[in-house]
Design a protein around this ligand. Structure first.
Ligand code: SAH
Length: 194
């Protein structure tokens, strides 16, 4: 595919993610935080992801500054990127929908926080993170640039590795045996596998 088409497709995906998240971001603001694990590490990781998944792709799309790192990808890889982004968007929407008022951009517990084990959460414990990984793969397949294309998977990969254990510990502290049982019944990212 030509560069302009790829850029347009990528931006459609990126804007769709914001459209999906926007109502939840608004709703979550009205819901009181009762436990906050927003550590310095969390803030740095969120900043890193913001650079890797938003700032660098946007610089790539709207400026020639990263051109030195461009490379070519075969057409099938671009189409795979489109399909991966479509699945990522569906899963991103579905996990926001099922998590409802319990969603937070960082590690927090909200007033009246309930443990969600239904909907997409009955299959895996971190469907939103699965969707973000898929989004990062789509970023690499739709942005043929060593810097902007791979920055998502690198930044989110680091964030996931350093966050997921803390998140599960927080959930264990809050929901005890219920979460332990839920952990025994589900995998983290891919049903039955991982
Ligand atoms: N890791 C989950 C949720 C990401 S949003 C996913 O990938 O789908 C992060 C917040 O969701 C955390 O601060 C935690 O409070 C909340 N959370 C995570 N799993 C949850 C669950 N099963 N039920 C309710 N809240 C959950």
């Amino acid at each position: 595919m030509d560069t302009l088409t790829l850029k347009i497709l990528y931006m459609i995906g990126l804007v769709s993610c914001f459209v999906i998240r926007f109502p939840h971001q608004k709703e979550t603001k009205t819901n009181q935080i009762v436990a906050n694990r927003r550590t310095v590490q969390e803030k740095i990781l969120l900043f890193l992801v913001y650079i890797g998944m938003l700032v660098l792709p946007v610089i790539y799309v709207f400026s020639p500054w990263l051109k030195v790192a461009d490379y070519e990808l075969p057409l099938w890889a671009n189409w795979l990127g489109v399909a991966t982004f479509a699945i990522a968007l569906w899963l991103f929407w579905r996990s926001h929908h099922d998590l409802g008022k319990n969603w937070s951009p960082t590690l927090e517990l909200r007033e009246g926080h309930t443990l969600i084990t239904y909907g997409i959460y009955q299959y895996i414990r971190h469907p939103m993170y699965t969707s973000i990984f898929l989004w990062c793969i789509a970023q690499a397949l739709l942005i043929p640039n060593w810097i902007a294309g791979s920055a998502g998977i690198v930044s989110f990969g680091i964030m996931y590795i350093l966050r997921v254990g803390n998140e599960e510990n927080m959930m264990l502290e809050q929901f005890g045996d219920d979460y332990k049982m839920y952990m025994g019944q589900t995998k983290r990212l891919v049903p039955y596998v991982l």
